[in-house]
Design a protein around this ligand. Structure first.
Ligand code: SF4
Ligand code: SF4
Length: 196
């Protein structure tokens, strides 16, 4: 991923987003950020991110919503917690990454053909729809929505997995799908209440 170098101006700020960041779980201490860069230095993935964790912290607290929510950085974060361990201000960077991912999905800001958010969305849809993941269908959906031409390259492997019974096409589902939906709805309601 190419590191983005952009000049931002005051007029592009979204103060409401900056306020949300400072009140959301993980962002409570963001205004204490020293911009020391220890998070970026300790992050094993920062090399591949378009904004390093330090830059993302800065853009977030200043309210540059579009850059933050459409960044690849939040999707490349593997939740390893290395940045949090090193942060001298004990900022919960990892948790903030989760909050940013959720918001990016809700507002359709995520990079549309990037496999990680597409996988997260399809995974969630599949669980809501049948209560279980059917791996073959999930993989195909992700390829179709991100890089359909790459499916051909995996066709031999896919056939071998089907032949040996390691993958099935039949849709897997739980008996009481309504229980899963009730559970997920309860989680959604609680999350919305906490966000208020
Ligand atoms: S380590 Fe903490 S204080 Fe330093 S730049 Fe990163 S978030 Fe800010
Ligand atoms: S939790 Fe995410 S941002 Fe922090 S060091 Fe690990 S990969 Fe990087």
């Amino acid at each position: 991923m190419k590191l983005k170098r952009v000049v931002k101006v005051e007029a592009e700020r979204d103060p409401a987003f900056a306020l949300w960041i400072s009140q959301t779980v993980g962002g409570e201490r963001i205004r204490h950020c020293l911009q020391c860069g220890l998070c970026s230095g300790s992050c094993p993935l920062s090399l591949y991110m378009d904004y390093t964790p330090r830059r993302l912290m800065h853009l977030s607290r200043e309210g540059f919503k579009e850059e933050v929510l459409s960044s690849y950085t939040i999707w490349l974060c593997t939740s390893c917690y290395a940045c949090m361990v090193e942060c001298p201000k004990k900022i919960n960077i990892t948790q903030l990454m989760y909050a940013l991912k959720t918001r990016a999905m809700q507002e359709h800001f995520y990079p549309k053909r990037f496999a990680i958010p597409v996988l997260a969305r399809e995974f969630s849809r599949m669980i809501r729809g049948s209560g279980r993941i059917t791996e073959s269908r999930l993989v195909m959906r992700v390829f179709v929505k991100t890089a359909i031409w790459r499916l051909l390259g995996f066709s031999k492997l896919g056939l071998r997995l089907f032949r040996t019974g390691r993958m099935r096409l039949a849709r897997e589902k739980v008996e009481k799908r309504s229980d899963i939906v009730t559970l997920l709805n309860a989680v959604d309601t609680t999350r919305k209440e906490l966000a208020r």
